[in-house]
Design a protein around this ligand. Structure first.
Ligand code: SF4
Length: 308
């Protein structure tokens, strides 16, 4: 039986220096440089993901939330904890920055969001596509892999698929995150409808058809868990965006696992059942600063309490 799994994007901030992408919750928030997470909270989340069988979709945060040196310090500790290299979704990185982060990086994620240039200019006025395309070229030169994120439902149509196909080919994109618009209060999309299940599936199935070995992740919000089966059948490999920590063990989490089964997939990991783990010994064996270990344990206990 084919497998599927949940991928968690780990966010290090609720701050963004741009804050004008038309669909984004951050664009409705006041400027606050304080909204960044602590290292212990990020590490605790990472440990939970590993033990629950969730893959790490990418590490992300608002542009300008961390300085480069702070980010390097955090990602290096996260690498020590899980031993893996991460996908970085932290804006368009320069060659110098990428070289510096190479030991912890398997590839870069360009949040292109839409390949329709006219719509892009409107919805992402301060986040142009070109710097991401440049980053992809540099990343390939350094032996890293390239990933893009697309939000379905921003006003594009399936006719834009041809442009999408060109970008995937030209920049050797190995993975696509297909999200669906989540209309946020206070944005111009507030009264818009999310994309239909059929339309999200159409983008996925066309991509699967053109690129049989590409990795496709489908973004599922809480209100769309009933479409998981359709999106998996259309060709998605994995599921993301579901608020898996807050909604662990909820009826929606059970529905996702059920939908995977209906699509003929084995669901790797769990969204519903906490495994028996000796969390103290898991944290104690980490090769990180002892003071940090203590703080990680406190955070882990807070998360686990919420999930139980
Ligand atoms: S750059 Fe990212 S976080 Fe910032 S406003 Fe745009 S979408 Fe939101």
């Amino acid at each position: 039986m084919d497998k599927t799994w949940f991928e968690r994007a780990i966010f290090f901030s609720w701050y963004c220096g741009i804050r004008d992408c038309a669909y984004c919750y951050m664009s409705t928030q006041p400027d606050s440089k304080k909204a960044v997470r602590s290292k212990e909270s990020l590490i605790a989340e990472l440990i939970l993901c590993k033990k629950l069988g969730w893959k790490i979709g990418f590490i992300s945060g608002g542009i300008g939330a961390f300085s480069h040196s702070r980010f390097k310090e955090v990602i290096s500790d996260m690498h020590k904890v899980s031993g893996e290299k991460f996908w970085l979704n932290i804006g368009a990185l320069s060659e110098k920055e990428l070289k510096d982060l190479l030991p912890y990086t398997c590839g870069v994620v360009g949040s292109i969001e839409t390949v329709n240039r006219k719509i892009h200019d409107k919805v992402c006025p301060s986040k142009p596509i070109e710097p991401y395309l440049k980053m992809f070229s540099v990343s390939s030169k350094l032996g890293l892999k390239n990933v893009i994120t697309i939000i379905i439902g921003l006003g594009e149509s399936i006719d834009d698929f041809a442009e999408f196909e060109k970008i995937v080919k030209k920049y050797k994109i190995v993975k696509v995150h297909f999200y669906g618009l989540n209309p946020q209060k206070g944005t111009v999309f507030e009264n818009c409808k999310p994309p239909t299940e059929e339309y999200q599936a159409e983008w996925i199935s066309k991509t699967r058809e053109k690129f049989p070995s590409i990795d496709i992740q489908c973004g599922i919000w809480l209100d769309r868990v009933d479409r998981v089966g359709t999106l998996l059948k259309a060709g998605a490999n994995s599921i993301s965006k579901f608020p898996a920590l807050n909604k662990f063990g909820s009826k929606e989490a059970f529905e996702i696992e059920k939908q995977a089964k209906l699509a003929g997939r084995e669901f790797v990991g769990t969204l519903t059942k906490l495994p028996l783990v000796d969390w103290d010994s898991e944290v104690n064996k980490l090769k990180i600063d002892p003071e940090l270990k203590k703080k990680v344990l406190v955070k882990l206990e807070q998360y686990l309490k919420k999930m139980k």
